[in-house]
Design a protein around this ligand. Structure first.
Ligand code: UDP
Ligand code: MG
Length: 311
């Protein structure tokens, strides 16, 4: 089996040598042919020079260096694009994930899973990070239908097809299992030991919580409604429009039957507001469909598992 390791690196000079030798050790023990793709995501320490040194000595090591810091999602995408392995394994560069656990991942992939996500059951991070992450995990698993515990673990294994068919951009790397699941890939989970960070410091703080929340919306939307935005916006729009119409209709009937003045009724404003909102939602839905129509064909929605009887 040929395995590609993809490692995003941002200022991790302290741990790279050690990480490389651990990956090498376990892969040689398992008799794997492998490559390690380090993606230097705009490090400003010595990371790149250390990586270059390693790559000079070992031809199985490749290095991609970004011009500036583009973020972990871009680093992973760049690695995925170059990866040649039948299986791609991603892990963080900070030694919080231990390469010696690779066999567990490979075993599950061999059993037929398409993507295996690490679960840091006992996470060695401060509580300020663990708690929001936990709440998030629950919410994500509920909204996306992917029942795994730990979405944001950097340690994952993918069958090549998965990385070829999902698009990771922005900060969506956190939801790769959800994106893969939506395309019909079989998602599994394995418990991994998590180690505290020894060198360098974490690149993410509390701001990630807000962003992660917004990203969850994005993921739910693009996995469910990418090809039918009208169902999402139109549904809401119709409800608003109908409600507003009924309110205003009853006010009108009221005015003509009793002769009362309705100009000072707050309900009138509500009715008008709902009708305007409804029309806006419907129009946004139409715009979405229009965009889909123009770009139709450029992005296939379906993936084929097998074909029989074709040339
Ligand atoms: N990373 C990256 N680009 C960034 C931020 C982080 O490539 O802009 C890498 C980082 O070097 C590490 C991994 O992504 O290998 C996870 O980052 P970190 O350990 O800081 O996240 P945490 O474990 O604290 O969630
Ligand atoms: Mg880390």
């Amino acid at each position: 089996m040929f395995v590609s390791y993809v490692v995003p690196v941002k200022d991790e000079e302290g741990s790279l040598e050690e990480l490389y030798s651990r990956i090498k050790k376990i892969s040689e023990e398992l008799n794997l042919s492998f490559e390690i793709i380090f993606v230097d995501d705009g490090s400003i320490d010595n990371s790149f020079f250390i990586l270059r040194n390693i790559a000079e000595k070992d031809k199985r090591v490749r290095v991609i260096r970004f011009r500036r810091n583009f973020g972990k999602a871009s680093a992973l995408s760049a690695g995925f694009e170059k990866a040649k392995g039948e299986v791609v394994i991603t892990l963080d560069a900070d030694l919080q994930d231990d390469p010696s656990e690779v066999p567990k991942f490979l075993k599950l992939i061999e059993e037929g899973y398409d993507i295996i996500s690490g679960w840091r059951k006992e996470r060695k991070d401060p509580i300020s990070k663990r708690l929001p992450s936990k709440i998030f995990g629950k919410l994500s698993s509920w909204l996306t239908g992917v029942h795994i515990h730990d979405f944001n673990c950097g340690f994952k294994a993918y069958r090549k097809e998965v990385v070829e068919n999902i698009e990771v951009y922005g900060e969506l790397y956190r939801y790769i299992p959800a994106l893969a699941y939506a395309k019909g890939f079989k998602v599994g989970e394995v418990v991994v030991t998590h180690h505290p960070r020894v060198y360098g410091k974490s690149k993410y703080g509390w701001k990630r919580i807000v962003k992660g929340f917004l990203d969850l919306f994005t993921v739910v939307f693009i996995t469910r409604f990418l090809k039918r935005p009208m169902h999402f916006f139109g549904g809401t729009g119709l409800i608003f429009l109908m409600l507003g119409f009924l309110i205003n209709l009853s006010l009108t009937i009221y005015k003509f039957t009793t002769g009362a003045l309705i100009g000072n009724r707050p309900l009138l404003l509500l009715g008008i507001l709902l009708m305007i909102l409804g029309v806006q939602f419907l129009s946004i839905g139409l715009l979405g469909e229009l965009i889909n129509n123009v770009t139709h064909g450029r992005k296939r929605e379906y993936l084929i598992l097998e074909e029989i009887g074709f040339e």
